[in-house]
Design a protein around this ligand. Structure first.
Ligand SMILES: Cc1cc2nc3c(=O)[nH]c(=O)nc-3n(C[C@H](O)[C@H](O)[C@H](O)COP(=O)(O)OP(=O)(O)OC[C@H]3O[C@@H](n4cnc5c(N)ncnc54)[C@H](O)[C@@H]3O)c2cc1C
Length: 380
């Protein structure tokens, strides 16, 4: 391939996270042959790497439930479809609360989920909580909602599997190649990175960096980093079921990880330097809610920010100027839903509408009307 042809692409995607790589894959699957992904660091080095990989149907707006259903199918069948090792652990997903108003809201959300076709949503009381999470102390809780078919996967493995499939279809991926500017150049675009690249279409899929990158085009994307500090414990409650559990009142999150667990407290008041405070808060909350954790040690800890969105809670995906697109801001559930939205976006780029969802709802230029989606992995 000549130098000149490598500096000209039909589509340049900025960002090698689940969004950018997922989109590259679906565009290539549709037959596009000239796609470049530019990643400033390494693949999966942004939010995607930090993700807990949780998969849940439990949302409160029909659109998010629809995307979650598609996302779950994608990850359940991923190993087979992509012939790449990335197991789906069907541990289930459990949201609990001791507040009547939150339980009422979970009831309403369950109706939305059932209406949108989620097959396994249960509103549960304390006896059932004891069955599905025997290590959880239900004292002070009123109930929760539970989806046994939900689970988790390893997002970094998943992203590498998608990248491998994309490369096979001809997608070029360049790492350590940061984009410094995107400028209109006649009827196409000029992307300044390690080299100057021409593209008919540019997609800003740079996660937390997307708002800054989109600003010159008059966009105010409401995407902000919300830090999660996670601890990975030694073996705990071995042999007992451990769904991904979120206590919506305290922000306590516990997820199975090997024979141990990944634990955190999601509370917006803990900032980037809050790791020790979060681990102390976890110990304090677990003493009552999950006393079995008093016996375990932390093998390691991690800190990463997720892509919290304001407004209506939906992602930003769509064209903002002729040939310039945005695909970012998943409010902490992009590894689950990213591929489903990427497929939808690739279809939209090809002029195909979605049979269920109105793509306009993700318009990056929209003015969101209120908080349509409220269930996020954070203290309510
Ligand atoms: C701790 C944590 C837990 C999470 N848990 C879950 C979960 O359980 N389930 C779930 O579905 N989601 C979860 N998420 C959210 C999920 O990880 C994100 O929604 C998703 O990864 C977003 O993907 P992305 O591709 O938009 O962003 P990213 O993965 O951040 O990718 C963007 C990429 O763009 C690159 N980039 C930035 N600027 C430039 C530039 N100038 N030039 C080139 N490249 C650039 C970055 O290096 C990065 O690799 C979690 C996130 C975190 C941090």
């Amino acid at each position: 391939m000549s130098n000149e042809s490598r500096q000209q692409f039909s589509t340049v995607i900025v960002g090698g996270g689940i969004a950018g790589v997922g989109l590259a894959y679906y565009l290539a699957k549709q037959g596009e042959t000239s796609i470049l992904v530019l990643e400033s660091n390494e693949l999966a080095s942004g939010c995607t790497q930090g993700s807990l990989g949780g998969v849940r149907q439990q949302f409160s707006s029909p659109a998010e439930v629809e995307l979650a259903i598609r996302g779950r199918k994608f990850w359940q069948t991923f190993e087979n479809d992509f012939d790449y090792p990335c197991p789906y652990y069907q541990d289930g997903y459990l949201l609990v609360t001791g507040k009547q108003e939150t339980l009422t809201a979970l009831h309403a959300a369950a109706q939305v989920q059932i209406g949108a076709g989620a097959p396994d949503v249960e509103i549960i009381g304390l006896d059932r909580i004891r069955d599905v999470a025997p290590w959880l102390n239900p004292d002070g809780l009123l109930g929760g909602s539970y989806t046994p078919l939900d689970g988790r996967f390893n997002p970094t493995d998943g992203l590498y599997g998608i990248a491998k499939a994309a490369r096979k279809l001809g997608v070029e991926i360049r790492e350590h190649d940061a984009v410094h500017s995107i400028v209109k150049s006649g009827s196409s675009w000029s992307v300044e990175a390690n080299e100057s690249i021409k593209a008919e279409r540019v997609v800003i899929a740079s996660g937390l960096a997307a708002p800054e990158m989109a600003k010159p085009f008059g966009l105010e994307l409401d995407i902000t980093p919300l830090w999660l500090h996670c601890g990975y414990t030694t073996a705990v409650a071995v042999g007992q079921p451990m769904p991904l559990m979120i206590d919506l009142d305290s922000g306590l999150i516990i997820e199975r990880e090997g024979e141990g667990a990944c634990v955190t407290v999601s509370d917006p008041s803990f900032g980037p330097g809050g790791k020790n405070a979060v681990m102390e808060k976890f110990a304090e909350l677990a003493e009552h809610r999950a006393p079995v954790f008093s016996e375990v040690g932390m093998r390691t800890t991690t800190s990463a920010p997720f892509d919290a969105t304001g407004g209506d809670g939906h992602a930003y995906a769509g064209e903002v100027e002729n040939g310039l697109w945005v695909f970012a801001g998943f409010d902490g559930h992009g590894t689950m839903q990213g591929p489903a939205l990427a497929e939808m976006l690739a279809n939209a780029m090809a002029g195909k509408s979605d049979p269920v969802l109105d793509f306009a709802m993700f318009d990056p230029r929209r003015t969101p009307h209120g908080k349509e989606e409220w269930i996020r992995a954070a203290k309510a």
